[in-house]
Design a protein around this ligand. Sequence first.
Ligand SMILES: [Zn+2]
Length: 326
Amino acid sequence: MSLHFRFWALAFALSLSIAFRAAAQEQQQPPAFPAIPIDAKEEQVRQAVALVRAGQKLTPKAWPNGARVAVCLTFDVDNELLWRNTPLPVPLSQGEYGATTGLPRVLDLLDRQQVPASFYIPAMSAALHPQMIQDIVRRNRHEIGVHGWMHENLPSVGDAAKEEQLLTQSIDYLTRAVGKRPVGFRAPSWAFSQYTLDQIRKAGFLYDSSFMAMDEPYELMANGQKTGMIELPINWIADDYPYYEPQASGSLPDPDLVYQIYKAEFDAAYQERTLFILTMHPHITGHRSRIAQLDKLVTYMKSQPGVWFATLEQVADYVKQTHAGN
Ligand SMILES: [Zn+2]
């Protein structure tokens, strides 16, 4: 056996043992969200779903000026960070499109239609294109909320202190860049860890917009306790990603069909006198054929009497006022 071979054999054995030990350590840590076994007792099932639940409905008896429905256009400005795990030049350029072309088109549309919107921007997305925040802020009509530091998946951070540090950094970054402390939180990829709700309460957020338990504003409950946190819920139906992203399972390339879905969602919200929140991404909806459909949708919604276009901050403020003391 040559000395060389023995050295490599030893190095290989050593690296194997390190890999095994790392894997064993990983296994020792119970997963934060273990599966619910099929023979779990009712109490165990209750506990497993209790972390964040829907509390009381918070839709006010009437919206401002007697409006029938509140409509919120929201944009998650993720851009390049969606490819953080595989930052190859061409996919990154798909995200870059959001800053160079998508966002300017969105802002032009909102100017023309004279409607407000809420933008959720990961701090590092803003850092790559500082112009974005300036362009949004100078319109004096829109809201900017927190959407993570690096568009991190919060359940994968796996460490309360680290997660809180990223949250604090994100708030500080946006506060400096916008000149106002953000009041709205939308979790990156709509993913909460077991720590997130506590941390956003502690940070003093007015509302969250990451959950899907209702179609109207409601209060978040944590392990059976009221939290006072207003939830302005989202869902995958009123989101551009599943329809337009080539890899998405519901891929529906015809923008007119997407318009029909959004319109039906709005019409029902109008009948129910509640809330319609649309979630979009500048790098997705900002494309030519798609922004035209958004324009058509806004024109249609504006043609109906009693539609209140608002930021989520305005909706949350109003909900809070009308439920004060309840
Ligand atoms: Zn996002």
